[in-house]
Design a protein around this ligand. Structure first.
Ligand SMILES: Cc1cc2nc3c(=O)[nH]c(=O)nc-3n(C[C@H](O)[C@H](O)[C@H](O)COP(=O)(O)OP(=O)(O)OC[C@H]3O[C@@H](n4cnc5c(N)ncnc54)[C@H](O)[C@@H]3O)c2cc1C
Length: 398
């Protein structure tokens, strides 16, 4: 039986597993499908700015077991595209290699850390589960101190805005409303506007929400240096802040660069692998990539924008990669990845949210209505079905 190995148990990897199992089931043929991931959970990264970040995960086994996909918990350290091996970290002192007939690389992305000179301190983040839990514990500790607190958030993009507008409630959760009201929340960005990547449409709503949340915005500047609680901005201003959080965007997982070197191919500026319309890595053999690690074009009819590092792209890309990798092994037709619809839904804390459609980001909903949409996405859409074989296979259909 052919071996299909998927590296990464995030949105792309998990939906790839569902789609590959669906393709094999529909074809009435068998495949050995293995999903290798660092831990046995799907971490809901888009929810890590929220309170109780430790709850923001779903177990992988109840999704994979009913559809006959094996879960291997471990860390891939390198891909050998010549011998078709996934190399894994040493276990019991021995390196372990896993052979594949087809591979789906879905190892996601990591924070593109800002170039801040940090001494005697720490740059916090909400990039992964352990970082988000560590930040939450830190917020609990500082709110137990009698002094007033300042939180500096570096990067006024999607995540920075969501975190900044939510921060006062996060502080109140640990120290009560009265103390949270006294906190300073400072959002800094090197750009001349907030939400530079989101365009002008949603900006007035974002600015209104930042004001409602009492967030001080510092533009055309960044944090240059953190030395204990002394935080120096690039314009020379000195702040006293026990908390500096980086929300400066993402770059592809290092496995992309390692594979690109092995194949002698280039990655895009975010370190992503270039893929063709079937999501096969250009220059690779039987290797597909999906989610944050892949640079794919979305749809010629909508101007052919590249997929963003987002769940709304990672999940469909995962499905196409799973379908196509299975089709390749079963001798069937692959399908071109297409995704015309694009929406943005940005949480804006107590003010509500803003929901836009299209690549021009036409504002469709704001305030409480948009917040309800955001909560639907965060509580329903990004969760996989579990413990129900038919529902899981259904979700893997294209
Ligand atoms: C704070 C934050 C807020 C966000 N908000 C939004 C939002 O509102 N809307 C939106 O659409 N997107 C949002 N995103 C982006 C979104 O989370 C990602 O685009 C999405 O998670 C990408 O899915 P993925 O499967 O490609 O990668 P990931 O979700 O990163 O999953 C990668 C998986 O691979 C595993 N892995 C990594 N390296 C290895 C290895 N070497 N060996 C084995 N396993 C490995 C990881 O453990 C993980 O399971 C947000 C991201 C963050 C961090």
């Amino acid at each position: 039986m052919p071996d299909l190995v998927i590296v990464g148990g995030g949105y792309a990897g998990l939906w790839a597993a569902m789609a590959a199992a669906r393709r094999a089931t529909d074809a009435g043929q068998a495949l050995n499908i293995r999903l290798l991931s660092k831990d046995p959970y799907l971490t809901h990264r888009p929810r890590l700015y929220e309170r109780n970040p430790g709850d923001m995960r779903s177990a992988l086994a109840p999704v994979l077991e009913p559809i006959g996909v094996d879960l291997v918990v471990g860390e891939a350290t390198a891909i050998d595209p010549i011998r078709q091996l996934v190399q894994m970290g040493p276990k019991d002192g021995n390196a372990v290699d896993d052979h594949y007939d087809a591979l789906i690389l879905a190892a996601g992305s990591v924070l593109r850390a800002p170039p801040i000179d940090v001494s005697k301190g720490r740059l916090w983040s909400v990039d992964d589960m352990s970082a988000a839990i560590a930040l939450d514990q830190h917020l609990e500790q500082i709110m137990a101190m009698p002094s007033d607190q300042t939180v500096v958030i570096v990067g006024a993009g999607f995540t920075g805005i969501e975190l900044a507008t939510e921060m006062r409630d996060r502080l109140a959760e640990h120290g009560g409303d009265e103390r949270a009201k006294l906190a300073r929340i400072v959002l800094v960005d090197t750009a001349a506007t907030v939400s530079a990547d989101l365009g002008p449409g949603p900006r007035p709503h974002i600015l209104a929400a930042l004001e409602t949340a009492g967030v001080e915005v510092r533009l055309n500047t960044t944090v240059a240096r953190v030395e204990g609680d002394d935080v120096t901005l690039s314009d020379g201003e000195l702040l006293r802040a026990a908390t500096v959080i980086g929300t400066t965007g993402a770059q592809a997982n290092g496995l992309a660069g390692q594979l690109a070197t092995a194949l002698d191919i280039k990655t895009d500026p975010a370190g992503r692998l270039e893929v063709d319309t079937s999501l096969a890595v250009i220059g690779g053999r039987n290797i597909f990539a999906a989610g944050d690690i892949a640079h794919a074009m979305t749809d010629p009819t909508s101007g052919n924008h590249p997929a963003l590092m987002s769940c709304q792209h990672a999940m469909p890309m995962g499905k196409y990669a799973g379908h196509n990798a299975a089709a390749l092994l079963l001798g069937q037709m692959t399908l071109p990845y297409e995704q015309a619809r694009y929406v943005t839904c940005l949480d804006l804390g107590p003010w509500g949210a803003v929901f836009t459609t299209g690549w021009e980001r036409q504002v469709e909903l704001t305030g409480a209505e948009a917040k309800a949409r955001k909560q639907f996405i965060m509580n329903e859409v990004i969760y996989p079905p579990s413990n129900d074989r038919d529902a899981i296979l259904e979700a893997g259909g294209i």
